[in-house]
Design a protein around this ligand. Structure first.
Ligand SMILES: *Cc1c(COP(=O)(O)O)cnc(C)c1O
Length: 796
């Protein structure tokens, strides 16, 4: 692939696809032209992958997920197809700013956080490994809301990524299915027949996802909802224009918005519709594909593995049984067996409030036949295994339903999988001791190191070659280099340059100046009580108070960086945001401490911002209450990029610490077991506060108006929570967090030693590649084999 061929392709798209003269082309035009040129290079391997899959009659993996947090696609596509340098040369040659063109792309935020990002990393790894797979989800018109701060408070705005043409997708009008809701169940010749009352059309939109070196591309197929009839012409002709447009508006609502939270009560009805809509369309699609090549549906489990990403697609169980039993006339037991042979379920949370339940009333109203089948599944299971019910207190428990319908159930870190067995699924695990397996999460090293951190990845490739990009465990070959002063110098230099870049961006976008030699201490993730951003900000307050007490002290300079959105209805999380911003505005304007301490909270945390912040981080904050974070994947991205972790023994932190070594990890806090015990201690928070004067003073600052212009009430809610119920044990973990933070300060001053620890984090984090996770799903859950790589574009 030569630079001039790419240039011709870009110019040709500019002219013939966009109808633009180069002289009048905008950044948008150039970006779209480049994207189309890049897309052209993916289409052939994409077709080839599909043909190879058909030829081999290979088993396919279907990943059903309500969310795909894919972020931008252009840079990833250029890197994976090996034309990044050519593209840069083309734009340098044209005298255009390449970085600006890449940054013009909207961030596709079709997910809330870790769960959706995991799905996106998995798709990329499935393609890199050459496993035939398809991601199925919803083509939301509006992804996750855009966050702004107004006077320090979060304001949500509609995300409108689809107002511009989404250049990566191909619309598939021929891949469309009618999806029904409501209505009645009739009997006809001993068979149940469901007659839905309303129906919409699910139409496919395909985005190719290309793997490393462009050798294989799988498909992300997102369903958009369309009306069956676009316009009610009778009403239109009668002059009732609003009513005439109703069917269209109603249908489109289904794929209009991503739910910003999976724990709210609002919009239950629509949410269940969304879940059934994309699950039913996906099942019909995969059965149609199967039947194009095979004639016996009993062979489905040999050719199809379906992964349910959380319980959102759990209706797949009863729906598959309904298709096989009601529509295809199979015995109920056979239908059950086949469905179970295909389905697997990933659990993502132990928080009871986040486990989905639907009322019988709603389920019976929207999906009357499914409710009957769930009852039957429940009865069948209880006959063999008395003591556990899918339906309870007038509700359907989707976790139990998923478990019972699944061949394999997995947790997402070793600790999480172990806890599942003794908490949420204890009874089911006792009945089915072989069903739960662990699959520790991972992240793709292409996006999360190779692409987002070109300086570090260049240095790594110089040292050990580029084999690590598709086999991240080869990062261990860096180990001998960490004793080489020259290598460490370059390692430190790469990190420093990333920090300078970030510092410039912070100065330009936020007007805050930060010192690139200060420690960049980063906590970026959804704002949630269990993730404990309030523990971090409390420590910040205490540190600031000590600095003011001792202005001649020899303090280690820190920039505390926060990022994250709160669900719009999550009042406490929004108060935490308000507090962080309020603390920032006081501390950043304090002339006494400003050379040591800054607090920076850029708005609208998303994949793009993560890609900007992580390469520049020295310290990664992973401080959730032990037992609450299922895995975390942010923690892995940081370690891979040479940041040290300060963290609790929670989720995958446990395994990160095992891999990077306890000496290269700052551990603090109670274990999951100690957490459960501590909660039973009456007045645990008050007890902790009375024993730690630093903590007492920091909490007091929330009450005395220090960060609220004298208003004593503004942060009373947070203060009362921390000193009262404190379910997430902020107070009880504070003293140890403080101790560990001061150890971090000390360690950071020994720059040579810190660099060595940081480099060891990179060298030992290869195991956290999502390639390793996917290989493990393939062998332990899906029984799916990688297909042979077809060709190598980069070598052509
Ligand atoms: C990786 C990632 C997450 C998950 O972060 P955690 O720290 O594991 O919660 C959330 N949002 C975005 C944008 C990410 O890239």
């Amino acid at each position: 692939m030569s630079t001039s061929a790419l240039k011709d392709s870009v110019l040709s798209h500019l002219k013939y696809s966009l109808g633009k003269d180069p002289e009048h082309a905008t950044t948008y035009d150039w970006r779209v032209a480049l994207s189309l040129a890049a897309r052209d290079r993916i289409v052939d391997p994409w077709f080839e992958s599909t043909r190879a899959t058909y030829r081999a009659d290979a088993k396919r993996v279907y990943y059903l997920s309500m969310e795909f947090l894919i972020g931008r696609l252009l840079e990833d596509a250029l890197v994976n197809t090996g034309v990044y340098d050519d593209a840069k040369a083309v734009f340098d040659d044209l005298g255009l700013n390449f970085g600006e063109i890449l940054h013009d792309e909207p961030d596709a935020a079709l997910g809330n956080g870790g769960l959706g990002r995991l799905a996106a990393c998995f798709l990329e790894s499935l393609s890199t490994l050459g496993i035939p797979a398809m991601g199925y989800g919803i083509r939301y018109e509006h992804g996750l809301f855009r966050q702004r701060f107004e006077g320090g408070r979060q304001v949500e705005e509609a995300e409108d990524w689809l107002t511009q043409e989404h250049v990566w997708e191909f619309e598939r009008p021929e891949a469309a299915f009618e999806i029904g809701f409501g209505g009645q169940v009739y009997e006809n010749g001993g068979r149940a027949v469901w007659r839905p009352q309303e129906a919409v059309i699910a139409q496919a939109f395909d985005t190719p996802v290309v793997g490393w070196k462009g050798e294989w591309a799988n498909t992300l197929r997102l369903w958009g909802a369309l009306p069956k009839t676009v316009l009610d012409l009778q009403r239109f002709n009668a002059g009732d224009y609003a009513a005439a447009a109703e069917p269209e508006a109603l249908a489109r609502t289904i794929s209009r918005v991503l739910y910003p939270d999976d724990t709210t009560e609002e919009g239950k009805h629509l949410r269940l519709k969304q879940e059934y809509f994309f699950t039913a369309a996906s099942l019909r699609d995969l059965i149609r594909r199967f039947e194009a090549e095979h004639d016996d549906l009993r062979d489905l489990p040999k050719r199809v593995a379906i992964q349910l990403n959380d319980t959102h697609p759990a209706i797949a169980g009863p729906e598959l049984v309904r298709i096989l039993h009601d529509e295809r006339g199979m015995e109920f037991e056979t239908a059950m067996e086949i469905a179970r042979g295909c389905l697997n379920y990933t659990n993502h949370t132990l928080l009871p409030e986040a486990l989905e339940r639907w009322s019988d009333g709603l389920m019976g109203y929207l999906l009357p036949r499914h409710l009957q089948l769930i009852e039957r599944i429940d009865t069948a299971h209880q006959t063999q295994h008395p003591g556990i019910a899918i339906r309870e207190h007038g509700e359907v428990k989707m976790g139990e339903l998923s478990f019972i319908m699944a061949n394999r159930v997995n947790g997402v870190s070793a600790l999480h999988s172990d806890l599942m067995k003794v908490t949420v699924f204890k009874d089911l695990h006792d009945m089915h001791p072989d069903r739960i397996v662990n699959q520790t999460n991972g992240v793709t090293p292409r996006r999360w190191l190779r692409t987002c951190n070109p300086r570090l990845s260049g240095l790594i490739t110089d040292a050990i070659g580029d084999g690590w990009i598709k086999d991240a465990e080869r990062l261990s070959e860096l180990e001998p280099h960490v004793n080489d002063a020259g290598f460490l110098d370059r390692f430190v230099q790469a990190k420093r340059e990333n920090k300078v870049d970030l510092g410039q961006w912070i100065a330009e976008s936020m007007g805050i100046s930060v010192d690139p030699d200060a420690m960049f201490d980063v906590q970026i993730k959804r704002i949630h009580e269990y993730k404990r951003q309030h523990l971090n900000i409390l420590e910040t307050i205490a540190l600031w108070q000590e600095m003011r007490d001792n202005p001649n002290g020899d303090w280690t300079p820190r920039v505390k960086i926060f990022g994250g959105k709160a669900a719009p209805g999550y009042v406490f999380a929004k108060e935490i945001i308000y507090l962080i911003n309020s603390v920032a505005s006081v501390i950043n304007n304090d002339p006494v401490t400003s050379k040591w301490l800054k607090v920076v909270y850029p708005a609208n945390y998303n994949v793009t911002l993560a890609e900007r912040l992580i390469p520049a981080a020295n310290l990664s904050e992973q401080i959730s209450t032990a037992g609450k974070e299922a895995s975390g994947t942010g923690n892995m991205k940081f370690a891979l990029n040479g940041a040290l972790t300060i963290g609790t023994l929670d989720g995958a932190n446990v395994e990160i610490r095992e891999h990077v070594g306890a000496d290269n990890f700052f551990l603090f806090g109670m274990t999951a077991e100690e957490v459960m015990e501590r909660r039973t201690v009456e007045g645990h928070a008050w007890d902790a506060i009375s024993k730690d004067p630093r903590l007492a003073r920091a909490v007091d600052a929330l009450r005395n108006g220090t960060f609220a212009g004298g208003d004593h009430d503004r942060f009373r809610g947070i203060a009362d929570n921390i000193s009262g119920p404190d379910y997430f044990l902020v107070a009880s973990d504070f003293s140890d967090y403080w101790r560990a933070s001061r150890e971090v300060d000390q360690a950071f001053r020994d720059t040579g030693h810190w660099a060595r620890m940081a480099a060891l984090n990179t060298a030992r984090s290869g195991w956290f590649s999502s390639d390793r996770t996917i290989r493990s799903y393939a062998s332990e859950i899906w029984d799916a084999l990688p297909s042979k790589p077809l060709r190598n574009i980069a070598a052509e």
